[in-house]
Write a protein that binds this ligand. Structure first.
Ligand code: CKP
Ligand code: MG
Length: 312
């Protein structure tokens, strides 16, 4: 039994110190990052079980990624190591606190090797899965990754697991395409979309109208992430809004996935949508206030304190 199963690519990331352009930087900070593994870590820290399925290179960076996820208590039993493709890598040129230029070195990386077989092996091992979380990044990595996502959707449906999908458009990957999203949408229960990604999924530009409109295409819950302006959601004919938290920005990357972790973590505790949105914005704020994509994610015991901080 696992609360969350997620599949995708986790990479090693080297970042300049905030405010130091890459061409002038003497030191780089090494960490790991990946949209889906950030969600797995966040959900795990909020008191649930979470498994991440992906392919890593049989190299030192792959060992680093694996070690970090295992240390966070994420189930890594279905991670596969390959000898002939390197673990994906990313360079972040942290010009300012809120402007980061990202270069990917992942085109022929191990993450592209994920396939439907990996997904089938993982599904077969669990006697119960509550939620399956997928993102548009994975659909854009390679044809076999796209097939893995579609197989995960099918198996989740067969097994009665909730399907959560985050559009997560990446210009450098030219995806997901509107067609990719249209294929997954009818099978999605909870859809996450950034306000700047709305054009990929709908003609509506106003977040609340867009959320309501997207309910007609399959999801029972649509959540529009609005960055520092908070978020809104539509479900069952009801609309919800939450303001963003006040936070001194340290590093904005990872906020979207941290938001998803908070939302799904709250959902798995049986909390209603307004509380899910509050947990989500709190988790996003914790990440934005800390260096790294996932390091600042709150543990369950810290969450109330972090919400309190915002009220003062
Ligand atoms: O939307 P976010 O800023 O939360 O996404 C950041 C993640 O997976 C980051 O971890 C990076 O590795 C990625 O998105 C990506 O592949 O771009
Ligand atoms: Mg995002």
């Amino acid at each position: 039994m696992t609360t969350l199963l997620t599949i995708g690519e986790t990479l090693a990331v080297a970042s300049t110190p905030v405010g130091t352009p890459l061409r002038n930087a003497a030191d780089l900070h090494l960490s790991t990052a990946g949209a889906e593994s950030t969600v797995a870590i966040g959900v795990r820290r909020l008191g649930h079980t979470a498994a991440w399925v992906g392919v890593l290179g049989a190299d030192e960076l792959g060992a680093r990624v694996h070690r970090e996820l295992a240390a966070e208590g994420v189930d890594t039993r279905f991670v596969r190591f390959v000898p002939d493709a390197p673990t994906g890598f990313m360079l972040r040129d942290h010009r300012t606190r809120d402007y980061v230029s990202v270069s990917y070195y992942r085109e022929h990386g191990s993450g592209t090797r994920l396939g439907a077989d990996d997904v089938e092996a993982a599904f077969a091992a669990f006697d119960g899965i509550d939620m399956v979380h997928l993102t548009g990044i994975t659909t854009a990595l390679s044809p076999s990754c796209r097939a893995a996502v579609l197989r995960a959707v099918e198996l989740a449906r067969e097994r009665g697991a909730l399907v959560s999908f985050d559009v997560n458009y990446r210009r450098a990957l030219s995806g997901p395409t509107p067609e990719d999203v249209r294929e997954i949408l009818p099978h999605t229960d909870v859809l996450f979309v950034g306000h700047d990604e709305l054009h990929i999924v709908t003609e509506e530009v106003e977040p609340l109208s867009a959320a309501r409109e997207l309910l007609r295409h399959g999801p029972t819950e649509v959540v529009v992430k609005r960055g520092k302006d908070g978020a809104c959601a539509a479900a069952d004919g009801d609309l919800f809004e939450v303001a963003g938290m006040n936070v001194a920005v340290m590093d904005v990357i990872g906020a979207g996935d941290s938001f998803v972790a908070g939302y799904l973590g709250a959902r798995a505790h049986g909390l209603p949508i307004p509380e899910r949105l509050r947990w989500a914005t709190t988790c996003a704020a914790c990440t934005v206030g800390t260096r790294g994509d996932w390091e600042g994610l709150p543990h369950l015991s810290e969450l109330d304190g972090r919400m309190e901080t915002d009220k003062t």
